[in-house]
Design a protein around this ligand. Structure first.
Ligand code: NAD
Length: 295
């Protein structure tokens, strides 16, 4: 197997995950170009710049030091697609929507080096269906690389092949993730929400269901499902806020839509009050209000 040398990475999407993945790579000394949609004239990279500024406020801090920030170059799809040509690895981390992701793949494909590997950080959309938006030559070099939140601290990464992915590509990705980032990699099948989210999101939904059934408050449930059971930071509702309530809704939707015969199917829905928060734009930590008002 030829060695996969990653000299420069493009991360597409400067949201909760994209910005933190960029920070994680910068901490490992890997230069990154971080893309998002172009903001208004005069501040074309406004979304990315705001995300980078936001990294400094997160706990635990995703960047080891301010100097690492210099390894991240802000970019947008309108002005900087040429920069993709110099990237050996492209990690897409835009919102969990099949139509938005595939539209972006069609847009970037003409600008990608034929030797690059492209990956999606999707939480559980079909990797095979995403790959269909790419031309044959790139489809062979596409896979899922699913980091967990927060990516700097969560060791697990799932990698997922499509029916077209060259086996060598998956081997190269696994070697790079373990040697450069110190990750523990599992190879998951291309099933809805893969392995960890299929279990983890179901456990969140079960806890939410029991909250209503037992008439508990969300802070009581968090007290029971957090530090008391050895999860110092994460608990049911706090995790939902950290993930992003809209993203959680999309991930639940993937199970609801694609697993109609699952014996637990009727539980694949968010509580109505949580859907109402999403409608109001209270999406969790990223908007400053979610289940918990002050983040
Ligand atoms: P987010 O909502 O924080 O950010 C999404 C980004 O996508 C935003 O910066 C937005 O500007 C951009 N975007 C929106 N519409 C777009 C479009 N049409 N074209 C291009 N860009 C667009 O989302 P996130 O939480 O960072 O999730 C990103 C991906 O990572 C999703 O696939 C999600 O399922 C996955 N993921 C999320 C988590 C988590 O805990 N949040 C964990 C693992 C994986």
């Amino acid at each position: 197997m030829s060695k996969f040398v990653v000299k420069h990475v493009a991360v597409l999407g400067a949201g909760v995950m994209g910005a933190q993945i960029a920070a994680h790579l910068a901490n490992a000394g890997v230069p990154v170009t971080l893309f998002d949609l172009a903001a208004r004239e005069g501040d074309r990279n406004g979304i990315v710049n705001k995300a980078l500024a936001g990294l400094k406020k997160l706990e635990p801090a995703p960047l080891a030091g301010a100097a690492r920030l210099a390894l991240i170059t802000p970019a947008n799809y309108d002005d900087h697609l040429d920069a993709l040509r110099g990237c050996d690895l492209i990690i897409e981390a835009i919102a969990e929507r099949m139509d938005w992701k595939t539209a972006l793949y069609e847009r970037i494909a003409p600008h990608v080096s034929p030797d690059a590997i492209i990956a999606s950080n999707t939480s559980g959309l079909s990797i095979d269906a995403l790959a269909n938006a790419l031309p044959d030559s790139l489809r062979e070099r596409f896979c899922g690389i699913h980091f967990f939140n927060p990516p700097r601290y969560m060791r697990l990464v799932e990698i997922i092949a499509t029916s077209h992915t060259q086996p060598a590509v998956l081997d190269q990705v696994e070697t790079w993730l373990t040697s450069t980032l110190g990750k523990g990699v599992i190879r998951a099948l291309d099933t809805p929400n893969f392995v960890a989210n299929r279990i983890g999101v179901f456990s969140i939904l079960a806890a939410m269901h029991h909250t209503a059934r037992l008439g508990l408050g969300f802070d009581e449930v968090d007290a029971l499902t957090g530090p008391k059971i050895g999860r110092p930071k994460s608990a049911t509702y706090r995790t939902a806020d950290v993930v992003g309530l809209d993203t959680l809704a999309h991930v639940v939707g993937t199970m609801e839509k694609n697993l109609p015969d699952d014996p637990w199917h009727r539980y694949f829905a968010l509580p109505e009050w949580l859907s109402a928060l999403i409608q109001k734009g209270a999406l969790g930590q990223k908007t400053g209000a979610g289940v918990y008002r002050k983040q």
